[in-house]
Ligand binder design. Structure first.
Ligand SMILES: Nc1ncnc2c1ncn2[C@@H]1O[C@H](COP(=O)(O)OP(=O)(O)OP(=O)(O)O)[C@@H](O)[C@H]1O
Ligand SMILES: [Mg+2]
Length: 287
C-alpha cells in the first residue's frame, strides 16, 4: 500500500475564464491529520470537491487510496466521507432519513446502520432532533447532523471543510474529540479551517494554498522554523508590524535598535505568522 492516501498531480480546475486550481500538486500521508489553510478564494473547497468527486476537473490526476478517480469513481467515493462547507442535507427529509439514505448509498447493513446512527447521534446530542425536518434545525445542529452522515460509513479519509464554523463551543469540542479519536484509529483526516490555532494544535502537517497552488507544506513546527522561531511584534505609526528571527539574540538586537515604536513584544512564532508571511494577507481577507 502506498504511504500517500491522496496523490494529486498538476490539478487544474477552471470556472469559465477563472482558474481556481492552477496545477496543484499535493500528497496526503495515510493516517495523518492534514490541515489545509489558505485565504478566502484560494481554492480549498474546490480542491476538496474535486477529490470527493463532487465536481469534475479540467486536467491533472487524483488518486485516492490507490484508485484513480478518472478510472473508478465509485470505488474512490466509498473510501471518503465529506463534511462540506455548505451543508448538503436533503431538506425534504428528516435528520434520521438523511442518515438512512446516506447509509443506504454506502450499503451499510440495517443493524449496523441503526447502531451507528444511535451511537453518533447520542454523541452529538442529536437524539431529540432525529425525527425533525432538516429545516427546523438551526445551522449548527444541521452541521452536527451532516457530520454524523459523513462518518456513518467509517471512511478511510474524512474531509472536513470548515467544520467548526457555525458550531457552538460544545459542538466544536465534541467534533475535535471525534476527529482525534478517528485519527487515533488510523482514519486520514483532511481538515480545512480558518481557525489556525486549531490546525496548529491538531495537525500532523499543514498545507497552505494560495491562488490555486500549494505554497508551503510541512509540520507546523517546521513551517514556523522556516519563517524564524522568534517573532517581534511592535506598533509603528498606528500599525502593528511583525519581524521574524532565528534566535532570541537576533530579535533582542533588532528591538534594541528600534526607535519611536510602542507595544514591543518578543514571542514564539506561530502558524498564523507563517500564514500571513506566506500569503501576504491575514486569514480570510483575500477576495
Ligand atoms: N461554482 C463556482 N462558479 C464560479 N467560480 C467559482 C465557483 N466555485 C468557486 N469559484 C471560484 O474559485 C475560486 C476558489 O474558490 P473556493 O471556494 O475553492 O475557495 P476557498 O479557498 O474554499 O475559499 P473560502 O475560504 O472562502 O471558503 C474563487 O475565486 C471562487 O470565486
Ligand atoms: Mg471554502
Amino acid at each position: 500500500m502506498d504511504d500517500d492516501i491522496i496523490i494529486i498531480t498538476d490539478l487544474v480546475k477552471k470556472f469559465g475564464d477563472k482558474t481556481a486550481l492552477d496545477g496543484l500538486d499535493l500528497r496526503v500521508h495515510r493516517g495523518e491529520l492534514f490541515g489545509f489553510l489558505g485565504p478566502n478564494g484560494a481554492g480549498k473547497t474546490t480542491t476538496v470537491r474535486c477529490i470527493a468527486t463532487l465536481t469534475n476537473y479540467d486536467s491533472g490526476t487524483i488518486i485516492v487510496d490507490g484508485v484513480d478517480l478518472k478510472k473508478n469513481q465509485t470505488a474512490a467515493k466509498n473510501r471518503m466521507g465529506v463534511i462540506q462547507q455548505q451543508i448538503s442535507l436533503d431538506k425534504d427529509l428528516t435528520i434520521r432519513e438523511n442518515m438512512i439514505s446516506h447509509a443506504m448509498y454506502h450499503l451499510i447493513p440495517k443493524k449496523e446502520r441503526d447502531e451507528r446512527i444511535k451511537e453518533l447521534s447520542d454523541y452529538f446530542d442529536l437524539g431529540e432532533y432525529l425525527d425533525k425536518p432538516v429545516d427546523s434545525l438551526s445551522g449548527g445542529w444541521k452541521k452536527r447532523a451532516a457530520i454524523v452522515c459523513a462518518m456513518l460509513h467509517e471512511p478511510a479519509v474524512l474531509f472536513l471543510d470548515e467544520p467548526t464554523s457555525g458550531l457552538d463551543i460544545n459542538a466544536r469540542r465534541l467534533l475535535w474529540d471525534v476527529v482525534k479519536s478517528l485519527h487515533a484509529k488510523g482514519t486520514t483526516v483532511f481538515l480545512t479551517t480558518h481557525y489556525i490555532e486549531e490546525a496548529e494544535a491538531l495537525c500532523d502537517r499543514v498545507g497552505i494554498i494560495n491562488k490555486g497552488k500549494i505554497i508551503a507544506l510541512d509540520e507546523p513546527k517546521k513551517l514556523c522554523e522556516n519563517v524564524g522561531n522568534v517573532a517581534v511584534e511592535y506598533m509603528d505609526e498606528g500599525k502593528t508590524r511583525y519581524r521574524y528571527f532565528k534566535t532570541d539574540e537576533e530579535a533582542k538586537e533588532f528591538v534594541s535598535n528600534l526607535n519611536n515604536v510602542s507595544n514591543v513584544t518578543i514571542r514564539a512564532t506561530n502558524l498564523e505568522d507563517v500564514f500571513v508571511e506566506m500569503t501576504g494577507s491575514s486569514v480570510g481577507s483575500q477576495k
